[in-house]
Design a protein. Structure first.
Length: 440
């Protein structure tokens, strides 16, 4: 098995019983019966906790997080494993968004926010164990109460976690919960160019191979990967167990960030490589095929960073709706960027600042910045460039050095090019509008 790390851990202290191996500290309200351990059906450890209701309507199970072990929902996603039972009989839970709610209490046990885990309750829930989540300020139709200001209070520590179930019918078979945990990112710390790690390997680690408890955060359906975490390649050090190499192709990679606040970045560290798509050598030249799509949901904001010493190879690949693309560090002295037949759509800014940059047929368009910002910022010389096309942007490109650029096509932008004051830029075999050039 490949080497992986992550920052996911069960919330609270060991005695808080958020691992659901014991019942201590769990209270009830509404029609909820006391929790009971179940050793026969579990996701992690020795037990899960059974959940039963004495009547229809609301039932709740809650637990306080001990001092010194609290967390912020604006910094980490919160997940837990939920067991639902359904069959030919009447549905246990209602068929709307109030069926399963995570209520979190901020800065004490008065201010709370309700996070709806589903939109349609029983209709959406599967039979058996499934992962449910809360993140940031994304309530999905839920609401705040207890004096919560629906603003800065989200940044307070979580003092209490409560699971609220709305029963349409009493459940003669217990439902269940197991393993409340929080975190943000999976780290790949193995792989080589001859024996790389794939996203299928990452999914296996997330769902089956992880030693402590399954995360359930990287799920694949044919070529679609639903990724509910960030991915980091390597830990910044060299050698076995530190450097990473991910290679994959023909995949749709949805980084399904759950809220605006908790980021799911892509990070390529020193000594490590992310390699997507295929380079095929023909009789006359190389061809780039079978790339990937790397997508964020609408209204989510995460960065894609290649740090000093990292290597990024993208072939026939599309990047859609990311925020900043830091392809090279601000004072880069050793990273390598290969971008061939790459389309960057509706991102904010691409920073081209790696020590080695080989580019062919790169398109950057429809950036989402204001009119005073730029879609591409070039701060290091391009080692090899064969056509960079920048269009339909507020400001096409900003150049921060004395550079010569070839086959640079700047069209249909509000401003085509900004050049740093005192610098000289030579554009050869390029297309731009002289009326859309500015010194900054």
């Amino acid at each position: 098995m490949a080497d992986f790390l992550d920052d996911y851990a069960i919330i609270g202290a060991s005695g808080d019983n958020f691992d659901c191996d014991a019942t201590g500290g769990w209270g009830t309200s509404g029609n909820a019966s006391s929790v009971a351990t179940n050793s026969g059906s579990k996701v992690e450890g020795s037990n899960s906790l059974d959940l039963t209701a004495s009547d229809v309507g609301d039932s709740s199970w809650y637990h306080d997080v001990s001092s010194g072990n609290r967390f912020k929902i604006t910094e980490k996603d919160l997940h837990f494993w939920f067991k639902y039972v359904k069959g030919k009989g009447a549905n246990y839970l209602v068929q709307d968004g109030t069926a399963v709610v995570i209520r979190l209490f901020f800065g004490g046990t008065s201010k709370y926010a309700d996070y709806r885990c589903t939109a349609t309750g029983d209709l959406e829930l599967k039979f058996g164990w499934q992962l449910l989540s809360a993140s940031g300020k994304s309530l999905r139709g839920g609401s705040t109460g207890g004096g919560h200001n629906n603003g800065s209070d989200y940044d307070l520590d979580i003092y209490r976690v409560e699971l609220k179930l709305n029963f349409a019918n009493k459940n003669d078979t217990p439902l269940g919960m197991d393993c409340w945990f929080a975190g943000t990112i999976i780290k790949v710390t193995s792989g080589t160019s001859s024996s790389p790690v794939s996203f299928s390997d990452i999914a296996e680690y997330s769902n089956k191979d992880r030693t402590a408890f399954p995360l359930g955060l990287v799920n694949k359906q044919m070529i679609l990967y639903n990724i509910k975490c960030g991915i980091q390649v390597g830990d910044g050090s060299s050698g076995s167990g530190h450097s990473g190499y991910i290679k994959d192709y023909s995949k749709f990679l949805l980084f399904n960030q759950l809220s605006e606040e908790v980021k799911h970045p892509i990070i390529v560290k020193n000594y490590s490589t992310l390699d997507l798509g295929l380079q095929v050598s023909g009789s006359e030249s190389s061809y780039y095929v079978d790339g990937c799509q790397i997508v964020l949901p609408e209204d989510r904001y995460s960065d894609f960073s290649v740090e000093n010493g990292g290597t990024l190879k993208l072939y026939d690949t599309k990047i859609y709706r990311w925020r900043y693309l830091y392809f090279g560090a601000s004072s880069d002295s050793g990273s390598t960027i290969e971008l061939h037949n790459v389309d960057i759509d509706s991102c904010e800014t691409l920073f081209l600042r790696a020590s080695t940059q080989n580019i062919s047929y790169l398109s950057v368009h429809n950036n989402v910045n204001s009119i005073n910002d730029y879609a591409v910022n070039i701060t290091k010389p391009i080692t090899s460039m064969d056509y960079l096309y920048c269009y339909r942007c507020s400001v096409g490109a900003k150049i921060d050095g004395d550079f010569t650029l070839k086959t640079f096509n700047l069209t249909d932008n509000t401003v085509d090019l900004k050049v740093l004051s005192g610098k000289t830029v030579s554009l050869i075999d390029s297309v731009f509008s002289e009326s859309k050039l500015e010194v900054c």
